[in-house]
Design a protein around this ligand. Structure first.
Ligand code: SF4
Length: 299
């Protein structure tokens, strides 16, 4: 077990113990908790939830590392793996599964970059594609105006259809699905293409951050259908997913490893691996009722 996981579990156990002590005092005196005890309990509960979320994330990272090692061992070096990017958080479930804190983002970037340098992800075709895509964008001075949306569904000659003749906004959704902005993903019929109209998409060029984002040439604007907190989380994940590729491409071209990107874009994204400012503290988004769970399983 990793040292960090052990420390997180010990921290959570101490917090749970403190919270139980509070409820036990009231129970022993056969009374409800007073106001002071309730607020102390609520504060402990919030810290327990944060610790639980951190444990989940740490465990997920460890599992992913073990999974990668197992894949290398089992499939040897000849098998190409065709996928490897973060899934865009399209709903609350996806949101809870994506990176939550700035520290998570920094740790992921560092782990991914290390694996790229060690050749551990050399069979992931997406790694080679993204690194070379960025190298080519520099070689050819590719203008942002020529960068299409990552899924290519912004192209007028691309159409997603199902076997019933429904025209869909993209191949990853069904005709019954509704986009986060409330518009259906079903946008017409192949029998009447003139009436097909997309109302649920935002092209990267219309987003506030994408046009000035250094990741644009690799990321290509993430998912067109995300909005609000889903978009924010998806964009953050896309940045952290792609910045190790950019760093690897820079090292490939110059022999130097970048650690800071200057420019007119989000300040919190410039310090690539947190070597200058460290992790910016922020609260995790996920809420897990861990006390109720523990009491139930302990009973
Ligand atoms: S990381 Fe976010 S801001 Fe940058 S190009 Fe991708 S979606 Fe746009």
């Amino acid at each position: 077990m990793s040292k960090q996981l052990r420390e997180l579990q010990a921290r959570k156990a101490a917090l749970v113990k403190d919270a139980r002590a509070l409820t036990d005092i009231a129970a022993a005196e056969q009374r409800d908790m007073n106001e002071e005890e309730v607020s102390a309990f609520e504060a402990l509960k919030a810290r327990i939830e944060a610790a639980s979320a951190a444990i989940d994330r740490e465990a997920a990272l460890i599992a992913e590392e073990a999974h990668m090692a197992m894949r290398c061992e089992r499939f040897s070096k000849d098998v190409k793996i065709g996928e490897g990017a973060f899934i865009d958080p399209y709903d609350e479930g996806g949101l809870s599964a994506t990176l939550q804190t700035h520290q998570d983002h920094l740790r992921f970037r560092a782990m991914d970059f290390k694996e790229l340098r060690q050749g551990l992800v050399s069979r992931m075709t997406i790694a080679q594609q993204h690194i070379m895509d960025f190298v080519q964008s520099i070689q050819t001075a590719r203008p942002a105006s020529s960068v299409g949306q990552k899924c290519s569904m912004d192209r007028p000659d691309h159409l997603a259809v199902d076997l019933h003749g429904n025209v869909l906004t993209c191949q990853n959704v069904s005709a019954k699905a509704i986009a986060p902005n409330g518009q259906p993903h079903h946008i017409g019929q192949v029998s009447n293409l003139q009436a097909v109209k997309m109302r649920s998409a935002t092209h990267w060029s219309q987003r506030s951050d994408c046009p000035s984002c250094p990741m644009l040439q690799i990321c290509k604007g993430s998912c067109m259908f995300l909005e609000g907190k889903l978009w924010d989380a998806g964009c953050d994940a896309a940045y952290s997913d792609n910045v190790p590729f950019l760093a690897a491409a820079i090292e490939f071209m110059t022999g130097c490893i970048p650690y800071y990107i200057d420019g007119d874009f989000r300040e919190d994204r410039k310090d690539i691996f947190g070597q200058i400012h460290g992790a910016v503290a922020n609260r995790p988004r996920r809420v897990i009722p861990i006390l109720a769970y523990e009491r139930a399983t302990a009973a």
